[in-house]
Design a protein around this ligand. Structure first.
Ligand SMILES: Nc1ncnc2c1ncn2[C@@H]1O[C@H](COP(=O)(O)OP(=O)(O)OP(=O)(O)O)[C@@H](O)[C@H]1O
Length: 928
């Protein structure tokens, strides 16, 4: 094989600059292949025709690169010395130089086959195609899949399987695996598994440098490899450039790994390997102690078939954009490759090898200066336009040929086999150990069990012993207890024999009889006690029942009372209603009385008029008339027919001091009061006042005091009534004391609120109590009579009533008769008569006023009583009639009835008195 690469080198000084050392490593060979010119190159460029720049000297190791090849190469193809000085001519010596007509088969056979087949011996091998783009790298590596143009890869696959098939060692076994990857833009991808990209490059001692995760496909025939190659080529990044229509834009690496398993030729006894393995196996299986397991030899050879992307000058290829980026990456990686080669071939002290500067150099680390047999095929183009690239490639290749690889067979025992064997042995030993250990464990367990049994037996005996001891103690305690009991009995027997009461005594019949008697006595006592308690219980039950019955009766009685009270209350209400009706009837009767009073008044006026006329007609006769006689004549209607009138008559001592000091109506007319002559009335005018809303509201009396009149009002005394309607006093509003003397009412009578008697202001017997009862009333009633000097009535005072007529009559001045008749009586007599008549009228009016006041007070009391009775709760009325200190509900109606009767009698008497006087006057008047 080496003879194939043996090329004679002759370096001369002229070409020293370009020629290499000429020595090559056995494990790193560099060959140059010149492809034939392409059609485009043969057409030339512009005016320049095609010009070949390469020539291979005889012997196929030297290559001449010259701008004018014809001038420097003679007919034999060797370089002429003179021509070299005129033209750029370079001569390089490599392990082999293949000219343009060199077929694929020769290239493979001379430069690849031995390297490829070395992997079957356990070597790492690599065939790297390097060169400018479009110079035939892919053609050289792949070529066609069939025919003479088949490249190195197909031929390698064919040779590998041919070798395996033709291996003379039938015991050898082979395992062929294949992978296909690319480095595109510094990214490692699996061309057989496109989904695997960006793979990492690892390295270990056994496998060397490898791509982690790269798929490995076991192939058993060249066809299977072809299929993989075709599949990977379809995925490889390619593109059209100016220099190559199908330019590879990535570095492609086809990996073929061949594992060869062989059996060593001999064992310890020197038998051949194959037979030895067979025997060894059989002996192992048979359990022969002397047999030593045969160890298989595993040789693993890895072949990297590298098709590098072509270096290119960008300005020449015209790459732009993506192609430009690809070119940069390609050139960068190739530059890293050059750096690695430069480092590897540095003659100085071995420096750092920058394998990790690129994926390519990292992946080719074993192939470049490592454990590998490497052949670098530098491809160049023969055309003049590729001169510089060809020169660059040759220089690169010339430098690379100095790389020293140290290839060795990757022979190693099958670690897995050994491991399996050791594992089996270990498992067997473990089983044996376990078995023996199990026996030991069983014995130990038996010993332990026996020990435990002995211990348990000992414990059992100890427990039995303890139990027996406890039993003995128990018996002993029992005996001691018995002894104690006997001792106690003995002591007790001794005590009994000492004379104390005890069971022994009960043995005596007398004692027994005594005890029996005592027992019977106690029994009887308690039985009696029980009976007594039972009786008490029964009594208690009986009394309780009686009490219940009594309460029931009380409840029934109360219920009846309530019913009766309800009925009586209903009756009372009916009675109250009837009384109300009677009161209404009485009011109507009172109004009739008032009408009659008015009639009497009219009659009185007529009488006065007749008297005046009579006096005017016969003043002499009138002058001789006794005033008392005249007053007597008029006194009947003035009230002496009744009790008050009689009393007033006895009490009357003069106009200023006597008579009834009550007025009912207001009198006006200055002439009347002044006696027509401007004289002053002999008695002070009266003003009867009453609280507004009481007497005045019915129009009977004047309004409140001080009501302004048309003229000057004279201040009048007030007649104040006590609560029971009794006139108490006339409280003068001026300095004149008009209080009736002797008219006294005690403060107690005012405050008592009880029944009181009206005591007119009359001396002597007239002060006897009046038989007229009046209901208690805390209110006081004041009657005012207003006399206006201007003659005008007080506003509202008696307006619209019959009293107005009285006033008109009374207010008529006494001028001389229009007929001019001379009055017989003297002016004094006339004045007396007039005063008498006026006094009589006043007394009547006062009497009527008293009557009205009394009636209204009683009516108010009755109404108040009735309303209070009907609205008061039943409890306040008293539950039981006749209860001391309270007026029972049934008694109140009776009292009301009595009051009404008294009132009726009073009215009747007053009416009779008034009627009698009026009737008397009338008769007299009519008689006159
Ligand atoms: N020895 C040869 N004999 C005949 N034709 C060849 C030879 N070498 C190369 N060619 C032809 O040259 C052209 C370019 O070759 P190839 O594609 O292999 O170049 P390359 O170096 O792989 O280019 P790139 O780096 O761009 O991939 C192809 O058409 C190929 O057929």
């Amino acid at each position: 094989m080496d003879s194939n690469y043996s090329v004679d080198t002759h370096d001369d000084g002229l070409y020293q600059q370009a020629s290499g050392a000429g020595s090559t490593s056995e494990n790193f060979k560099v060959v140059v292949r010149i492809r034939p010119p392409l059609p485009r190159e043969l057409r030339g460029t512009g005016l320049r025709a095609y010009q070949c720049t390469t020539a291979v000297e005889p012997g196929d190791r030297n290559v001449i690169l010259s701008e004018n090849l014809l001038a420097v190469v003679n007919q034999q193809g060797s370089m002429v010395a003179d021509g070299g000085a005129l033209y750029n001519t370079y001569r390089f010596t490599f392990d082999c130089v293949y000219d343009q007509q060199c077929p694929q088969e020769l290239v493979y056979r001379q430069s690849a086959q031995q390297v490829v087949l070395s992997i079957l011996q356990g070597y790492n091998a690599a065939i790297i195609a390097y060169g400018q783009t479009g110079t035939g790298k892919t053609y050289t590596m792949e070529g066609a899949m069939e025919g003479p143009d088949r490249g190195i890869i197909p031929r390698t696959v064919e040779d590998i399987f041919t070798y395996i098939v033709n291996d003379p060692e039938p015991s050898s076994k082979y395992l062929v695996r294949s992978s296909y990857l690319q480095i595109y833009n510094e990214v490692v991808s699996d061309l057989l598994k496109p989904e695997r990209s960006s793979l990492s490059i690892r390295e270990d001692r056994r496998r060397g440098v490898f791509v982690e995760g790269l798929s490995e496909w076991v192939v058993r025939s060249p066809a299977e490899v072809y299929q993989l190659m075709q599949r990977g080529q379809a995925l490889r990044a390619t593109g059209a450039t100016k220099l190559n229509e199908v330019s590879s834009r990535s570095h492609a690496v086809c990996v073929i790994i061949v594992e060869k398993c062989t059996t060593p030729a001999a064992t310890e006894d020197g038998a051949p390997g194959g037979a030895s393995w067979a025997r060894s196996s059989s002996s192992t299986n048979g359990g022969g102690d002397n047999a030593v397991p045969a160890i298989q030899s595993i040789k693993v050879g890895k072949l990297n078939l590298v098709d590098l992307a072509g270096s290119e000058r960008v300005h020449v290829t015209g790459a732009v954009g993506r192609r430009l980026e690809e070119s940069k990456k390609i050139n960068a990686s190739l530059s890293a490759l050059g750096n690695v080669i430069a480092a590897l071939t540095d003659r100085r002290e071995r420096s750092h090898i920058p394998y990790r500067d690129s994926k390519l150099t990292r992946l080719l680390e074993d192939s470049l200066g490592g454990n590998c047999r490497t052949t670098m095929i530098a491809t160049i183009a023969p055309s003049l336009e590729a001169f510089q690239e060809s020169l660059s490639t040759l220089k690169f290749a010339n430098r690379a040929k100095n790389i020293q690889n140290e290839a060795h067979v990757n022979e190693d025992v099958d670690q897995r086999t050994l491991l399996r064997k050791y594992e089996r042995e270990l498992r067997r030993l473990r089983d044996e150990l376990a078995r023996r250990s199990r026996n030991v464990v069983d014995k130990r367990a038996l010993l332990v069990a026996e020990e435990q049994a002995k211990r348990a037996e000992a414990d059992k005996l100890a427990a039995l012993t303890a139990l027996q001891e406890r039993s003995r103690e128990f018996l002993r305690e029992k005996e001691e207890k018995r002894a104690l009991e006997l001792k106690i009995q003995a002591m007790q027997s001794q005590l009994l024999s000492g004379g104390s009461s005890g069971a022994a005594l009960q043995e005596v019949p007398a004692v027994r009889a005594m005890l029996q008697r005592e027992a019977n006595k106690v029994k009887e006592h308690y039985e009696a006690r029980i009976r007594a308690l039972e009786a008490e219980r029964q009594d208690a039950e009986g009394s309780a029942s009686a009490e219940v019955d009594r309460y029931k009766q009380l409840l029934l009685k109360q219920r009846d009372i309530m019913i009766a009270l309800t009925a009586r209350l209903n009756e009372r209400d009916e009675r109250i209603n009837s009384l109300q009706e009677e009161l209404d009837a009485y009011d109507r009767y009172q109004r009739q009385l008032e009408d009659q009073l008015d009639a009497k008044t009219t009659e009185l006026i007529s009488l006065r008029k007749a008297a005046v006329e009579h006096a005017a007609a016969s003043p002499v006769g009138l002058r001789g008339v006794d005033p008392s006689a005249l007053q007597n004549a008029l006194g009947d209607w003035a009230g002496h027919g009744g009790a008050p009138g009689n009393q007033q008559q006895g009490d009357r001592q003069g106009p200023a001091a006597g008579g009834v000091h009550l007025a009912r109506a207001s009198y006006s007319g200055e002439a009347d009061l002044a006696g027509g002559g401007g004289g002053q009335l002999p008695f002070s005018p009266y003003r009867c006042s009453a609280p507004p809303g009481s007497l005045a509201t019915n129009g009977a009396l004047a309004a409140g005091p001080g009501r302004p009149g048309a003229g000057q009002h004279q201040s009048l005394p007030q007649l104040v009534y006590s609560a029971d309607g009794t006139a108490v006093e006339l409280q003068g509003t001026d300095s004149q004391d008009v209080t009736p003397r002797g008219s006294t009412v005690s403060a107690a009578s005012v405050a008592s609120g009880g029944f009181s008697t009206w005591r007119p202001h009359m001396p002597g017997p007239a002060s006897s109590p009046s038989p007229l009862p009046f209901p208690s009333n805390s209110q006081q009633h004041t009657v005012h009579a207003t006399v206006s000097q201007s003659g005008a009535l007080p506003p509202g005072g008696g307006t619209g009533t019959s009293h107005g007529q009285t006033e008109q009559t009374l207010g008529t001045p006494g001028p001389p008769a229009s007929n001019g008749a001379e009055v017989a009586a003297s002016p004094g007599e006339v004045a007396e008569l007039r005063a008498a008549a006026l006094t009589a009228a006043k007394e009547r009016s006062a009497l009527q006023q008293i009557l009205d006041s009394k009636v209204r007070v009683m009516l108010a009391d009755i109404i108040h009583e009735v309303s209070g009775t009907s609205s008061a709760p039943s409890s306040s009325r008293g539950v039981v009639d006749g209860e001391p200190g309270t007026l029972g509900a049934s008694a109140r109606p009776q009292a009301l009835i009595e009051r009404l009767s008294a009132l009726e009698a009073l009215v009747h008497r007053v009416s009779e008195a008034i009627g009698s006087s009026g009737g008397g006057g009338g008769s007299r008047g009519s008689g006159t």
